[in-house]
Design a binder for this molecule. Structure first.
Ligand SMILES: [Ca+2]
Ligand SMILES: [Ca+2]
Length: 349
């Protein structure tokens, strides 16, 4: 008992210190919507969902939250809302240009946003799930934003890219970072954020119709991934779209795991961990390629050893010499044997 007391105090102190380190997010609670929409500002159709069925043509999607509640967003209201949405989210001119370039025909929206105090370099994540009730080619989409209100020139990192905005789910292949196709879902995905300088940031999630206001998509948001089911079966999050649009900020090319390794044929995977891989060229002793930066990012030149060029040359040469020596030896031995047999024969006769 007398020993347990100090231990308990020690534990409490450690818990307090842990809480202080996490203060910025902890002090502004309800990132997981367990207290409904407290601390969030909403626009158009935003409700609190406790999980359930969301049917699209031919598919029964079941989307459940992390813990008990999540935000459920559906674009509605008047068309032509982009500028007022961008104003509310605090987007820079560059971010607006990026979004209107990728999605020139947005009509109506729904969004949620809140201000978050972050320390320099602080990281956090949020989860989201886009469900399309529309079908190709009638595209719809969604994006996330994190704007440095204190120091707008120092943009944060969203999904690994130095930019205020990142496209999330979209319906048409090649238009989202995660594209569902007709009536599909991205499953629960995790967005990553990293503050630049210390300050107040505005976090926003937006979902929109394109061209018309028919068959609006859903965007579900929670602090951690929930669960998704398709026709009652567990549905895993989909992979990123390999033909996704360029990111909103520069991405420097970076060599992948194949760099510096040894191959007998040109490597086809692990070429780049960031950027777009060029075709692989085969030299006499090495393979070479370039990881090309995106949206103004720098390129990186990468190489791997060409084992096929180095190995086969000495091996046949040695074998050939060996065979030549062996046949020469056999010829000499055969001749001597014949001579000795002759001598013996002669001697014995
Ligand atoms: Ca939740
Ligand atoms: Ca639509």
């Amino acid at each position: 008992m007398s020993i347990a007391m100090p231990r308990q105090i020690g534990r409490s102190l450690r818990a307090c210190i842990g809480g202080l380190l996490l203060l910025p997010l902890a002090a502004q609670a309800n990132f997981g919507f367990e207290s409904d929409l407290t601390n969030w500002t909403t626009y158009e159709t935003v409700t609190i969902g406790t999980g359930g069925d969301y049917s699209t043509t031919g598919y029964l999607w079941t989307v459940n939250p992390h813990e008990t509640k999540m935000a459920v967003m559906v674009p509605s209201g008047a068309s032509g809302a982009f500028t007022s949405v961008a104003d509310a989210l605090g987007l820079s001119t560059a971010s607006r240009t990026y979004l209107t370039t990728q999605f020139p025909n947005t009509t109506n929206f729904a969004y949620i946003q809140r201000d978050v105090v972050l320390t320099a370099g602080q990281e956090f994540t949020m989860a989201w799930n886009y469900v399309s009730t529309d079908y190709v080619p009638f595209n719809d989409g969604s994006f996330v934003s994190l704007v440095n209100l204190t120091d707008p020139a120092n943009v944060p990192t969203v999904y690994g890219v130095a930019a205020e905005v990142a496209i999330l789910g979209a319906t048409n292949p090649g238009t989202g970072n995660y594209s569902t196709g007709s009536y599909g879902s991205t499953g629960w995905q995790t967005a990553t954020f990293r503050a630049a300088t210390a300050g107040t940031y505005r976090l926003g999630f937006a979902v929109f119709n394109l061209t018309d206001t028919i068959l609006p998509p859903y965007l579900f948001v929670d602090q951690e991934p929930g669960a998704t089911f398709l026709n009652g079966q567990p549905f895993a999050p989909i992979d990123p779209d390999v033909n996704a649009p360029p990111p909103a900020g520069p991405v420097n090319g970076q060599c992948g795991s194949a760099s510096g390794q040894s191959f007998v044929e040109p490597p086809v995977s692990g070429l780049c961990s960031a950027g777009t891989a060029s075709s692989v060229t085969a030299g006499s002793s090495s393979f070479g390629w370039t990881c090309q930066g995106l949206s103004g990012g720098s390129d990186q030149v990468c190489s791997a050893s060409n084992a096929a060029a180095a190995e086969p040359i000495p091996v046949p040469t040695l074998t050939e010499w060996g065979l030549l020596l062996l046949s020469g030896l056999l010829a000499v031995l055969g001749l001597r044997g014949a001579r000795r047999a002759g001598w013996h024969g002669g001697h014995g006769a």
